[in-house]
Design a protein around this ligand. Structure first.
Ligand code: ADP
Length: 391
């Protein structure tokens, strides 16, 4: 069975076609710069990459191009071979506690939740509509970034703000990257051979979040009402004193929205180092002796270690720490800096194994907590749920 996993942004559509239930990727690609005369359509299969530059005026045209590309390159011979389309949707609020088959009501709810995720849900909804228009008889499933975190209890998801803010406006912690946290924690449990575990997943990419997963259920996570909460990321500040935005708004003569934009786009690695939001550039600058680049990693590592310490207490112990996403999977330097700060928990990295890539245990045999690298696969998670709900 062929299932398409889709991640639609405001000007892009990323897709993967997977064979299920074998979970093998058949092809992947991306339509970028939608709305431009010089939009790009890239499709990859059999180790080859084909790129076409053409005008793509909207998401609908992008979807038609993807399907035509699949036929042209003989990946499929008929669009009816696609038996389900799974869409990544960022904000599912408290409404969606599981992935869901999309009908008109579900689509409307996704659009309504856009109030809380204005950069993401409207774009996700546009992608859904475009696929529904071209494949009207194929089941479409929404898979939310927030669902996995819906098992948190109120002591974990409520803030110390007026309770009415929660009741009337939905102000609470939702958490994001849920499909990744679920995929990685399930994989860790499989590697340990039991689901009775206490696991911390460190999803560290350009966007980054941690989760505490007890016996397979998420009990805490670092992102909050929006993906801005947590520790410093590529360009996001993570949590700061909530009084700073109004103070700096007055100092710089900026609106609340403008300050939020700085916290989202000009902070984190980029803001601290003044060099780049890209971890590879930060590592290079550190190796050249740049102090502010070192500080960017130090601040992040310190805060990540603090979260892990608090999750250790909240879960009443810790069996495994898992590193995933672009930086978590590829930066031995940052992994080492984080684990060094956790030595009080008896966690020990095997330095040689830490230099390697791919799924593996990287802690020593006598470490009290296992440390794993587990490459994430959000598309497989989306395809699994799409298969489960559409047949
Ligand atoms: P997102 O999905 O949030 O955009 P990714 O998970 O793709 O982010 O991660 C992007 C980050 O991964 C970038 O900061 C990039 O520098 C980092 N990264 C990728 N490869 C490496 C590497 N070999 N060494 C260090 N960092 C890397």
């Amino acid at each position: 069975m062929k299932i398409m996993a889709v991640n639609a942004g405001s000007s892009s559509i990323k897709f993967q076609l997977l064979d299920m239930p074998s979970e093998t990727q058949i092809t992947s690609g991306i339509v970028e710069r939608i709305g431009s005369e010089k939009a790009l359509f890239t499709i990859k299969f059999n180790g080859e990459k084909h790129v076409v530059e053409t005008e793509i005026k909207d998401h609908g045209v992008g979807v038609s191009l993807i399907l035509a590309g699949l036929i042209e390159h003989k990946v499929i011979s008929d669009i009816n071979e696609i038996e389900g389309v799974g869409h990544r949707v960022v904000q599912g609020g408290e409404v969606f506690k599981d992935s869901v088959l999309i009908d008109e009501q579900v689509l409307q709810k996704i659009i309504d939740l856009g109030e809380m995720a204005p950069l993401h849900n409207p774009a996700n909804a546009t992608g859904i509509k475009a696929f529904k228009a071209v494949l009207p008889n194929v089941p479409q499933v929404a898979v939310f970034d927030t669902t996995f975190h819906q098992t948190m209890t109120p002591d974990a998801y409520l803030y110390g703000t007026p309770y009415e803010w929660y009741k009337n406006f939905g102000i609470r912690k939702y958490g994001f990257h849920g499909t990744s946290h679920q995929f990685v924690s399930e994989k860790a449990n499989a590697l340990m051979g039991t689901t009775e575990t206490k696991v911390v997943v460190c999803h560290i990419g350009n966007g980054a979040s941690l989760s505490a997963v007890k016996n397979g259920h998420c009990v805490e996570t670092s992102m909050g009402f929006t993906p801005l909460e947590g520790f410093p990321m590529g360009t996001r500040s993570g949590s700061i004193d909530p009084a700073i935005p109004s103070f700096m708004g007055n100092k710089l003569g900026l609106t609340a929205q403008e300050i939020t934009d700085i916290l989202n786009k000009k902070s984190g690695y980029l803001g601290i180092s003044g060099i780049s939001n890209d971890a590879r550039d930060i590592e290079k600058a550190i190796s050249e002796g740049n102090e502010r680049a070192k500080l960017a990693f130090d601040i992040q590592a310190k805060q990540i270690a603090d979260y892990i310490g608090s999750y250790y207490i909240y879960m009443g112990g810790l069996d495994a720490i898992c590193f995933t996403a672009g930086i978590g999977e590829n930066s031995p330097v940052l992994r080492q800096m984080i684990i060094d700060r956790l030595s009080v928990l008896g966690v020990k990295l095997d330095h040689a194994l830490n230099q390697l890539r791919g799924e593996r245990l990287i802690s020593t045999a006598d470490s009290k907590v296992k440390v794993y690298i587990i490459p994430t696969d959000e598309e497989v998670m989306i395809a699994r749920d799409t298969m489960r709900l559409s047949h």
